[in-house]
Every structure is written in C-alpha cells, then in structure tokens.
Design a protein around this ligand. Sequence first.
Ligand code: NAP
Length: 422
Amino acid sequence: MAMFRIAIIGAGPAGYFAAQALQNAETEELKFSIDMIERLPTPWGLVRSGVAPDHPKIKTVSKVFEKIAADSNFRLFANVEIGSDITVAQLKEKYDAVIIATGSSLGKTLGIPGEELPGLISAADFVPWYNAHPDYVAVNVPLNCDTAVVIGAGNVAIDVARMLALEPSELDPTDTADHAIAVFKTSAVRDVYISARRGPEHAAFTSPELRELPKLEHTNVVINKEDIDAAIVRAGAEPEKDVKSNLDAMLLIAESQKSEHERTMRFLFQHTPKQILGTERVEGVVYSTPNGDVTIKCGLVITAIGYQAAGIDGVPYENGKVVNTDGRVNENLYVVGWAKRGPSGVIGTNKSDAAAVVELMISDLKTPKATGDISELLTHQVVVSQSGWQKINEAEVAAGEPLGKPRQKLVKREELLKASQK
Ligand code: NAP
C-alpha cells in the first residue's frame, strides 16, 4: 500500500473538491493523507465570504465540505498563511504533492480616469465586507446617496445590485455581517443601476439569477423592452441555449416590471464606462453609448468586472492566474479552481476541474517520499484545526438561532480564534 501526503493550499470549493477527488481515488493499494492549509481562521472560501447571504441554498454545499473533512485522513490547518508562516518551497519538501486552490481575490480595474475616487469600490472588497470577512471590516461603503451604479453584467453584479436594492430588513434572517446590516439600514440608496458594456445577448448573467429578480418583494426591476427586442433580433433565429434562456428571462422582466416600490434596480446596456466624475468623491459615471455620451449621477460605484489571483511567493503567475498546463505547475506542484483557470464558472464547476487535475497528479506520483508534515513547521502560532473550526461553527449557529438566522458570523480574527479554543 502506498500512502501519499498531499497539501492543499486554500479551503474554498476548489480545495475541498480536490480533497474529495483524492478520497474518491483511494483504493486498497493507494491512500492519501490530506492537509488543507487556510489563511483565515475559517474554511469554506467563497461559500462563506462570496456567496450572497440571501442565497442560503447555494451555501448548503458546505455540508459536502464537512463530509470531506470528516475523513480520518483529512486535517485542517487554518489561520496559517503561505508566504509569511510557511513557504511553498517548504511544503514541496515535506509533501509528495502540493495543490494550490487559492482562488482569485483581487478585483480587476477599469483603467479609466477617476477610478481612484472614494466612493468607487470593487466587488472584491464590497462582497467580503457584507459577508463578514475579517480583512474587509473597515471597507468604507458610502450609502448616503440616492443612486448607486454597479458596473459589469455578470452574476456578481446581480448579487451586488440586489444587496443594494433590497429592503434591508430582508437581510435580518440571513448571515449578512451585523456591521453591514447596520449600514444598509441607514442607506439612502433608492436607485441602483447595473450597466453592461455590450448588449443583453452578450451578458454574462445566468438565467436562474435573472429569473429570481421579479420575485423581489420590495424592489422594482426595470429593463427596457426595446433593448431586449433589439437583442433578440441581433441574436438571430438560433441563438445558443444560454443566450436564449437569458433573453427570455430579461424579456419577462421587461414585460412585467413594477413601479410601486421605493427601491428600483435598472439595467443599462451598451454603456461603456469612460470616466468616473467627482472631485472629493464619486459624483457620477460618464458612459459612451451608441447614442453618444451619457452621464449617470451617483455617489457610489461598485465594479463587478471580474477578478484576478493574488500572487504567492515561489509560484509563477501570469494574467491573474497561476501559470500551469492542465493544472500542473512544476514538479509536485499543481493548481485547481479560479487560480488555475481564471474567475469563471459556478461552485460545481470546480468539481470536475479538480477531479481532472487530481487524475493528472496521481499519474505523476511514483513512490511516496514525503518527509514529515506542516505541524513541524508551525511552532509559534494558533492553528485552527477541524475541531477548532467546528467550535466556531457551532458558536455561530447557536448565536444565530434565537435571531432566526442560519448563523451570526464572528468577524474579528481574535474572536474567531478565541471561539476555536473554547
Ligand atoms: P463574469 O461573469 O466574468 O462577468 C464580468 C462582467 O464584467 C462581464 O459582463 C464583462 O463584460 C464585464 N466587464 C469586464 N471588464 C469590463 C470593463 N472594463 N468595463 C465594463 N464591463 C466589464 O464575472 P463575475 O460576475 O465576477 O462572476 C465570476 C464567476 O462567478 C462567473 O462564472 C459567475 O457566473 C460566477 N458567480 C455565480 C453566481 C451564482 O451562481 N449565483 C454568483 C456570483 C458569481 P464583457 O462580457 O463585455 O467583457
């Protein structure tokens, strides 16, 4: 029997699905011991700090993660940062293979004048702020304006626009960070624009996300029917299935729009951002459109135009991704998920992606030669193990229960570490 020691860096969906693929590949002769290393005191990655809090169903995948973690050959080392606490080179020495699953945490930039003004925030900062990520508590989200603009036509833009346009009490039964609910409740924002630089037929939204918008109970959702009619013509007689499904969903919104609510979400198409206006802070966005320049006055701009991976020392990066061939980076180093292929696909996409990389990795593994494990390298810091995380998890769920929330998230690192040791 051969037992290989594998380190996975990053406890998000891609990391867990890589662990699951390893577990599924086990036979009588082939076994894996898996150490998952995570920078935060908590695992689950985007399922905890990315998925919108009003989408609890999507978060049920965390049950799968916990099942993977329950295996006796799986260990969690959370609150351990690669780079400062331990290096990739050290891990490569200790383990038979190392899998990077660190995602893409940085927001792409527009590269237009005025982008540096206060009041423009990337979704890469705004989303973890409302999801209680410890590193984003201090993000300043100015909601003391009547109009907000979200730039981008993907599912993150929809999530962000929905969070801005919901009646804030709708967030009470969710796991939105307390600090964010408090700020949303003071929000003066009543008009939220989502702007796409191309036509509806090119939008990156997926249709389930569009189809839930008319169900919002306290928000008008407005799409110009002419925009969709023209897109249907441009898409031709046989549009791709996803395009047709999106156009159908958008047509439904355009044909059934409400106007009785105080809050409105509006879609703009063929609006390419040209300049962010303002002196002290954001005052508007200038767009170039087929009908000339158009200015939307606003006090808040959120960019939701995609992500790129943050670098890790000792790992080659290019174009916001880890340089790799089918997930292989270099000798005994592999990459999965967004760090491998860029920020695309839904959570489930990472399952087949990780399985393919693990298959390749197994074909590379010859004989076990690992010489130890991460615990020998970590002597001075508080490490959150799987049982430590379970204590945090139980404390959060218990705190949320009387409030009708799935959990009340702890936010500060010190609080999380304290809860992990109770
Ligand atoms: P995305 O789907 O790639 O969408 C990015 C959008 O930004 C596109 O509409 C793109 O337009 C636009 N864009 C890029 N650069 C721009 C620029 N300079 N100016 C104006 N617009 C620009 O990315 P995402 O929304 O960040 O989502 C990432 C992934 O997570 C996606 O696969 C998404 O489906 C997934 N996700 C899923 C859910 C869910 O299932 N509920 C929720 C959130 C995210 P062009 O097409 O013109 O480039």
